[in-house]
Design a protein around this ligand. Sequence first.
Ligand SMILES: Nc1ncnc2c1ncn2[C@@H]1O[C@H](COP(=O)(O)OP(=O)(O)OP(=O)(O)O)[C@@H](O)[C@H]1O
Ligand SMILES: [Mg+2]
Length: 250
Amino acid sequence: MGDVLTVSTSETTTGAIRYRGRNEVPPQFRPPRAPRHFVGRGEELSAIRAGGVTVLSGPGGVGKTALALKWLQDRGSGDQLYVDLATREPIADVLRSFGLIEVPAAERAAVFRSLAMRRQFTLLLDNADSAEQVTPLLPASGTVLVTSRERLNLEQAQEIDVEPLVDDPRLDALLDLSYVELPERQARLYRLCAWEPGPFDVPVAAAIAGEADCDVEDALDDLVEKSLLTEVGDAFRFHELVRAHARTKR
Ligand SMILES: Nc1ncnc2c1ncn2[C@@H]1O[C@H](COP(=O)(O)OP(=O)(O)OP(=O)(O)O)[C@@H](O)[C@H]1O
Ligand SMILES: [Mg+2]
């Protein structure tokens, strides 16, 4: 049996939720693993405070999500809820996964806050695009990490500017460890696609490699799984340091 939540109309209005059942976060809302070859970011990791709201802001691909995931993984305790705000109806989806099926749109934020409070979730709100989007979702207490390409200037939150990683020799060594374990098709794609200057999709990668779309798609998914590549919508992109590493390979 999964989680069971009951909400009556009057309770929905106040955002109160009665919960019973097992205390588990559905798999699709658990944070994914941090990159296996995570390096650096010591200062940022120690600046993130438990029990408060921290916004990690910076340009696309700089490493905001990876940093947040690493912090969550190191912390390891309590229930952690990962919400990708860039998806179509993220909050409705979260509520639905906890059995709250027909919460009216105007009340979802309040019900979400209540859920987060009751369960004392540590939240990662990934890919926020504005303060207006995030503010209604913040529970009155608890730990919340937010990532955004914009500075959000949220009240009572600390905001960390995530800057590009300086070249770190340890990253090359760690990437080598991942690279030598790649099956040949993945290793070849890793080397070849790194010469694409920007994001690329499956047909482009297939053309570069001279292979069928379906074969290439699986291999690209595996590279994403291994944190060597990032998926952005229908496209794939290298972190610039990973790209630099891939370009040194023959
Ligand atoms: N400190 C790190 N060590 C190793 N790999 C990293 C590190 N930071 C980021 N990466 C890798 O770089 C890529 C991009 O990082 P990430 O997805 O965190 O960027 P982002 O800032 O969240 O980008 P976006 O704004 O597009 O969401 C990923 O493949 C990630 O695994
Ligand atoms: Mg991200």
